[in-house]
Design a protein around this ligand. Sequence first.
Ligand SMILES: [Mg+2]
Length: 224
Amino acid sequence: MTGPVTSPRRLVVVIGTGTEVGKTWVAAATLSILRDQGVRVAARKPAQSFEPSESENAATDADVLGAATGEDPRTVCPAHRWYEVPLAPPMAAAALGRPPFTLADLVDEITWPDDVDLGLVETAGGVRSPLATDDGDAVALAAALMPDDLVLVADAGLGTLNAIRLTLGAFADVLHSRDDLAGRVVLNRFDPSSDLHRRNLAWLRDHDGIDAATSPAALAARLR
Ligand SMILES: [Mg+2]
């Protein structure tokens, strides 16, 4: 390691209850709001895998996060960590005949510019999805990075209570207390006219002590 290591004033790791729950969308929308408010933001995606058509349309996670923070997508995710096949990153690397990598490799590659108020790291897939060839996952990444905040993005519909509880259980050893995530759960695609969504929100509050956010604006306010 050469030179001083710069780190954001506040480090946030975004995890999800699964793939396709909207981690990237929530992260990008929240970062855009904070940036508009004058917060200096940056985003990192340690590794990403995708359908080749997504990179043609500049719609990979790194593209979307970079558009929100004003960074080059290859700064958000290093060029050698773009895997153009939709499998978990270490599986995609193997399928493409590219080298295996460890969780420590990913952690070492995360660097930040000076003067970042809020740095956000988006994980890949769900919390137990393989993130490195040595089978590191989002739990191990969060344990290594020791973020100030974890944000859990979940769906708002049927099955989300089970998924949220399983995810919180997986993080039991990383969290200082359940309160660490209590205000940092986002029910994405929340529709206030949906009886199911409103009941899920209320159940989390009444039974799990979780006051979930239902929009990027609400999450942004909690991260300020
Ligand atoms: Mg994503």
